[in-house]
Design a protein around this ligand. Structure first.
Ligand SMILES: Cc1ncc(COP(=O)(O)O)c(C=O)c1O
Length: 434
């Protein structure tokens, strides 16, 4: 790094410090966001350094992030994308690749998923002409169970795609075993659960593919961004091809002939020797992220352990503080798991003398941000009403979540004072409704 760049970056770090909001927490005035990016002077400097080099497309930093993140997530390959939703689209679409031969999913095949969650865990199933099979969740963990997944398997079922709910792992070891026994492909949507473990193993390492989001609400951020993880090298090639326009060639931009056979291929009905750089083996997309995003991701990655520890601490403080409050169903980690929480989920007992809307209103008026468990029961949304899907069993808990559940934040930007104010506010509200 030149002296001039070092000087600029020092100035950027100073600017960061000078522009921090020095005002302390004022209960009822300071916003307590449910989630948000935690960005320090090094993050700001990393972004500016990337901008100074004018590395505006995906390049060196993107590759560096992919290797570092794959290592951190104990997977062989990570492919950076422009969002977690794109990562999900790539993961599901990869399962339809002709290169998987008879394991390939074809239109009409079923994918088991959860009814209560984020839409883009499910949308790629529909976008690929596949049929979602919705299963219900348990209250407290907000996850489905291996038993429900097993019951949902039908003659056309070929894959499972489930998210670890708000950081809480589902019974992924059991579901992975089931997938193996029944020859089903398995995708873990790990967008909300980076750093969570199940039976001592990192989530995202059990399935054939896993996905991550780097939107500001998530454990690491790049602004926008996402990632597909896998240790299956054949799937990794497919994901890369689909992400990069569907091309067959794997040379980085600016590179050529790394396979030493650039003009030696014959594929499809193309003339022999057609430039491999322009041979397309998939009907692909361009879902790449930029080096600016990756530079921020690299800087954030250094702090991942601290971020996860803060999420666990904040969740634990809320859980202890609210333990004795009546009429609330409090969250529980799935037995055997150590979640790196995304949020703190509360379900108002349907028999309570108050409604979710009243409690949420009370909290929001005190500047305590709340969110829903995403879509709640997706099958009740207009987007899905006339889509083909199957429901296995009842979706009664998904309906309870739709009507009675919300969550508050645990992200690392929250202080103990803020967490205690949330606890005191919930306790005060419930206390006035006995
Ligand atoms: C479980 C889950 N999957 C996928 C996504 C989509 O990620 P993105 O917002 O980066 O597209 C989210 C977003 O919060 C999510 O919570």
């Amino acid at each position: 790094m030149s002296d001039r760049v070092a000087h600029i970056l020092d100035e950027v770090r100073r600017y960061h410090q000078d522009t921090q909001d020095g005002r302390g927490f004022v209960p009822g005035v300071t916003e307590i966001w449910p989630s948000g990016a935690v960005l320090d002077d090094e993050d700001r400097a990393a972004l500016v350094e990337a901008a100074l080099t004018l590395r505006i497309a995906a390049g060196r930093s993107a590759r560096k992030f992919e290797s570092a993140f794959a290592r951190r997530m104990r997977q062989r390959k990570a492919h950076l994308t422009n969002s977690g939703s794109s990562a999900n689209l790539l993961a599901v679409t990869a399962l339809t690749s002709p290169q998987l031969e008879q394991r390939r999913l074809v239109p009409g095949d079923e994918v088991i998923t959860v009814a209560a969650g984020f839409p883009t865990t499910v949308n790629p199933i529909l976008q690929n002409g596949l049929v979602p099979v919705f299963v219900d969740i348990d209250l407290h963990t907000y996850n489905t169970t291996a038993e429900r997944v097993e019951k949902a398997i039908g003659p056309r079922t070929r894959a499972i795609m489930i998210a670890h709910a708000l950081g809480n792992p589902f019974e992924i070891a059991e579901v992975a075993q089931l997938a193996e026994e029944r020859d089903l492909l398995l995708i873990e949507d790990t967008c909300d659960a980076v750093g969570s473990t199940y039976k001592g193993q990192l989530v995202g390492t059990f399935g054939d593919l896993a996905t991550v989001s780097f939107y500001p609400a998530h454990h690491l951020t790049m602004g926008e961004g996402g990632c597909v993880l896998t240790s299956n090298l054949a799937l990794a090639r497919i994901v890369e091809s689909l992400r990069d326009w569907g091309r067959d060639c794997w040379c980085e931009p600016g590179e050529s002939n790394t396979c030493h056979k650039r003009f030696d291929y014959q594929m499809g009905t193309l003339p022999a020797g057609y430039d491999h750089k322009y041979i397309f083996s998939h009907v692909g997309y361009n879902l790449k992220a930029t080096d600016l995003q990756a530079a921020l991701g690299l800087s954030q990655l250094d702090k991942l352990d601290d971020f996860c520890a803060a999420r666990r601490r904040n969740w634990g403080r809320l859980r202890t503080g609210l333990a004795e409050v009546p009429w609330l169903l409090l969250p529980e980690p799935t037995p055997g798991s150590d979640p790196s929480w995304f949020g703190f989920v509360i379900t108002v007992d349907p028999e309570a003398p108050f409604k979710r809307a009243e409690l949420v209103d009370f909290l929001e008026n005190r500047k305590i941000g709340t969110r829903r468990l995403f879509a709640g029961n997706l099958t009740r949304h207009p987007a899905y009403v006339d889509r083909e899907f199957r429901v296995s069993g009842e979706l009664s808990n998904s309906d309870i979540v739709t009507e009675h559940t919300f969550w508050v934040g645990v992200y690392p930007g929250l202080t103990e004072e803020m967490i205690d104010y949330v606890t005191a506010s919930v306790t005060e509200f419930v206390g006035t409704h006995r």
